[in-house]
Design a protein around this ligand. Structure first.
Ligand code: ADP
Length: 367
């Protein structure tokens, strides 16, 4: 989808891909199949590139430092990206700059988890592997020290967090360019089902102007302090205290076009992908404002029908305004294989159309 945003600008992409079947590898002309964890592969790939950017955060930080030392611009740079790669580093930095976070600490074993719980409000506690988690994998809700053994089995550092009693999850998406221009998209609500993002509503319904501005300013400040270049998604919890005051806490950061910004493809004047490309090339950024009062994105998960294309007839006929984005992935139950966007001025209608299309494509709705 980033490649798609580069096409009208005549920007050529070269892609390093794990396999020829990866979604981007199916559409980018110049593809190198190789392992992003291997420095020689990265060096060979980077030769001749004007700038390197990412659609995931897993390229080892030290390899990115080596590419920078070779004189290749890496955007976002490794010193920023490490905060999206390592949740321990991210929590330490955000605490240092005064960004609101859940209470947290790196823990070494189940007894340490028990001590962490005792220092605060007790169990449940959230445990997270500091690197490599996604879509809820690498996150455990534990209710006792006995419950807390599994996360330590892999032998990687584990972060403990208080369980935030949030009312909903939000995301503040911003884009920042190397010379410091930045734009902020409307803050969105993101609804998770079984740890996977299901629906995103732009803008977040009922969010006060004050909290919305706070979330946007927080994301802009984080981007500046961490020197982020490109798209930054700040995933947030909205919580209400005993006095009824709403506040936000940072859950995690993503430094690339993000699922919580997919709505911008059809719902904003400039999409997150187009603005990410502009930022990485240090071009002036495009207008992030919404095109419609409401835009809803619903993820399409794999279901029982291996051939989702047979569902197009019904979905397109039912809703001529529906925007479908499929990734060319093999359909496996529960796997994110695409998303749909709907927009309009009646939120209930816009939500229903998105949910219907996503459910129909998955096969959980049959009429
Ligand atoms: P991932 O890297 O898999 O996206 P996250 O850190 O975002 O992992 O956690 C996945 C989900 O777990 C979050 O979307 C949220 O619903 C829940 N979660 C994570 N941290 C906390 C927390 N401290 N308190 C309550 N729920 C949490």
């Amino acid at each position: 989808m980033t490649h798609e945003a580069g096409i009208p600008l005549g920007i050529r992409f070269k892609l390093l891909s794990d396999t020829p079947q990866d979604s981007a590898a199916q559409v980018v002309g110049d593809v190198v199949v190789g392992d992003y964890r291997d420095l020689d592969t990265l060096r060979e790939f980077a030769r001749g590139c004007d700038v390197i950017t990412f659609d995931h955060e897993h390229v080892p930080t030290e390899h990115l430092r080596a590419l920078e030392a070779d004189g290749i611009p890496v955007r976002p740079g490794p010193d920023a990206l490490v905060h999206a790669q390592d949740k321990g580093v991210m929590r330490a930095k955000l605490t240092e700059i005064g960004a609101p976070c859940p209470r947290h600490r790196i823990v070494s074993d189940p007894a340490d988890v028990e001590a962490f719980a005792a220092e605060g409000s007790g169990f449940p506690v959230i445990l997270k592997t500091v690197r490599g988690g996604y879509d809820g994998k690498g996150v455990w809700f534990v209710r006792s020290a006995k419950d807390a053994e599994e996360p330590f089995r892999a032998g990687v550092p584990v972060l403990a967090e208080e369980k935030v009693d949030f009312t909903r999850e939000l995301a503040a998406n911003i884009v920042r360019s190397p010379h410091g221009q930045a734009v902020a998209y409307p803050v969105v609500e993101s609804i998770q089902v079984d740890g996977v993002c299901d629906t995103v509503i732009a803008p977040a319904p009922g969010l006060s102007e004050e909290l919305s501005a706070q979330a946007q300013n927080l994301a802009l400040r984080i981007a500046k302090e961490l020197d982020v270049v490109g798209h930054l998604a700040v995933e947030l919890f909205e919580a209400v205290d005993a006095e009824g005051n709403h506040r936000i806490l940072v859950n995690e950061l993503a430094m690339r076009p993000h699922n919580s910004g997919h709505w911008t493809q059809d719902g904003a004047i400039t999409s997150q992908f187009a603005n990410h490309v502009r930022a990485v090339l240090d071009l002036p950024l495009g207008d992030p404002r919404p095109r419609a009062e409401w835009t809803v994105m619903a993820n399409v998960l794999g279901g029982d029908y291996p051939d989702m294309y047979s569902a197009y007839l019904h979905c397109m006929a039912r809703d001529p305004q529906l925007k479908i984005h499929m990734y060319g992935k093999d359909v496996k139950p529960g796997r994110k294989v695409g998303h749909v966007n709907t927009y309009g001025d009646d939120l209930a209608d816009v939500r229903e159309r998105a949910a219907h299309a996503a459910g129909y494509l998955r096969g959980t709705i049959t009429e």
